[in-house]
Design a protein around this ligand. Structure first.
Ligand code: CMX
Length: 146
């Protein structure tokens, strides 16, 4: 079952500049920069209560974020939903005919187990499912882990 929006990810060309933009103009505070080598990205996170904004910068010209920016420019790259049981959710999605990019959960940023669903099955939106550690209504619990 989907519990909440875990994060919204924005593809950016220059992570440092984008962090400064969101800190200076929106009052967000970046709490973490993390490189996810198998996804070929460097990420930066801001918390907004129980959801997050993730900035994504490519670290490889052949990576998915570099390809996205080349084709569409900077912008919203994906929406991530937290689920309480990723394996079961993936199996249900597959049964419904949704195209899975990842057939099995794997480790992503923030130590979450993640899996992507293809945008062509979801009205042109790339969707990430995460087995979340920040259940809805518990920003304090989340705070402790940061
Ligand atoms: N959102 C919406 N549509 C997207 C997209 C995105 N982020 N990325 C690509 N597309 C579109 C393409 O533009 C293309 O559209 P058209 O058919 O209309 O031209 C379509 O999806 C399929 O493109 P493709 O050529 O088959 O596949 P790509 O090589 O472009 O790969 C995708 C697309 C989504 C399968 C690939 O990017 C992927 O596997 N993504 C999951 C992993 C990922 O994005 N990792 C980075 C983030 C990691 C993190 O957050 O930590």
């Amino acid at each position: 079952m989907i519990t909440h929006i875990e994060h919204i990810a924005i593809a950016v060309k220059d992570l440092k500049k984008a962090i400064k933009h969101y800190e200076d103009n929106f009052g967000f505070k970046c709490y973490k920069i993390e490189e996810v080598t198998d996804q070929k990205v460097r990420t930066a996170f801001f918390k907004i209560w129980e959801t997050k904004i993730e900035l994504l910068e490519s670290i490889d010209p052949d990576g998915p974020v570099a390809k996205f920016i080349e084709k569409k420019g900077e912008g919203i790259h994906h929406i991530a939903f937290a689920v309480d049981n990723l394996k079961t959710t993936l199996a249900k999605m597959k049964e419904s005919g949704i195209e899975l990019i990842d057939k099995n959960p794997h480790l992503g940023a923030e130590d979450l187990m993640i899996a992507f669903l293809h945008p062509k099955s979801n009205n042109g939106v790339l969707i990430e499912l995460c087995e979340g550690k920040n259940p809805p209504g518990s920003p304090l619990e989340w705070e402790e882990k940061v």
